[in-house]
Design a protein around this ligand. Structure first.
Ligand code: PPE
Length: 305
């Protein structure tokens, strides 16, 4: 079980975690419309903890809500201050932060008008998302029988809890079949993303991402693209099929929780030589340097606590 710290931030105040609760008639619990983010804070070389790309995450949080016409009753500045203060309150120097915006319990029924909106932020230590050793050894992935919902059946950029019913089905299927993670295709059969990560492949020296038509626009993805370009790496975005991944020289997943994780097998096909490849390793190092304050060019990505 996760050991959550004693305090979280709830509607503008610090509240003791064991008393922070909501009604079973909470609207978001019934219909899955709540917005959330996953953010990491790292101990940096500067001797202080820093939250990585907090501004980008909070802007996506507000945009996810806005797309559902949910009004978050706190400003970007107030949310920023809440995240910074929470890290201090729980006294963690490395943490995963989870803001959640959700509708209250005034009434059920699909119309979300006149419902209150609540925001909570929790922080806890969340180590190796895809298991110990995933970063170095790499992971085994299975193509999911569940497709990622396409752009005509909902909102694909919004980070909404309900969308994760699809991710959970894919993750359950892959892990129960003995794999570490699932790869979801779009409804036409092209590669979309992992259950909680974006995908990249390396082929003939080029870094290629699947055209993100129905995937979440990951902030780690965007970070890795910028870092790759800094290193003089060519980056392309195009439609990818499963066999593009099978026959790639390297493949990896990116995500806030997962970070940069090599994929060494898809559907029992070994990718490259079955080890973390050199481009992946270089980007893992560049990412670690950025989040830990060792890359002066990227200081603007850090919110010091
Ligand atoms: N796709 C999906 C479906 C996704 O959930 C994530 C993040 C990403 C891509 C990568 O996005 P970004 O973190 O902005 O680079 N998944 C979050 C939730 C994980 C969870 O299990 O909960 C995360 O990594 O924090």
């Amino acid at each position: 079980m996760t050991q959550y710290p004693d305090w979280l931030w709830y509607d503008g105040k610090f509240v003791e975690t064991h008393t922070a609760s909501t009604s079973v008639l909470t609207h978001s619990l019934h219909y899955g419309v709540s917005v959330f983010e996953g953010i990491r804070a790292y101990r940096t070389e500067l001797g202080k903890t820093a939250i990585f790309r907090l501004d980008a995450h909070l802007r996506r949080f507000i945009a996810s809500a806005r797309a559902f016409r949910m009004h978050i009753p706190f400003t970007l500045n107030e949310l920023t201050a809440a995240h910074v203060a929470l890290i201090g309150k729980v006294q963690l120097d490395e943490a995963y932060l989870r803001p959640l915006g959700f509708y209250g319990a005034e009434k059920l029924g699909l119309l979300t008008k006149d419902l209150s909106v609540h925001v909570m932020v929790a922080a806890w230590a969340w180590a190796a998302y895809l298991g110990e050793g995933a970063m170095t050894r790499g992971i085994r992935v299975k193509t999911s029988s569940f497709a990622r919902p396409n752009a005509s059946s909902g909102l694909t950029r919004a980070k909404i809890s309900g969308t994760y019913a699809n991710s959970i089905l894919a993750k359950l299927e892959a892990t129960e079949d003995g794999y570490d993670e699932a790869l979801l295709l779009d409804s036409q059969g092209y590669v979309a993303e992992g259950s909680g990560e974006n995908l990249f492949i390396v082929r003939g020296g080029a870094l290629i991402e699947p055209e993100p038509a129905c995937a979440l626009l990951g902030i780690t993805r965007e970070t890795v693209i910028e870092l790759a370009q800094d290193l003089g790496q060519k980056v392309q975005s195009r439609r990818l099929t499963r066999d593009d991944v099978y026959n790639a020289d390297e493949a990896f997943f990116t995500g806030t929780a997962a970070e940069v994780v090599p994929i060494v097998e898809l559907d029992r096909r070994t990718i490259g030589d079955g080890k973390c490849g050199p481009v992946t390793a270089r980007l893992q190092r560049a990412y670690a340097d950025a989040v830990r304050g060792r890359d002066p060019k990227r200081a603007e990505w850090l919110t010091l606590v």
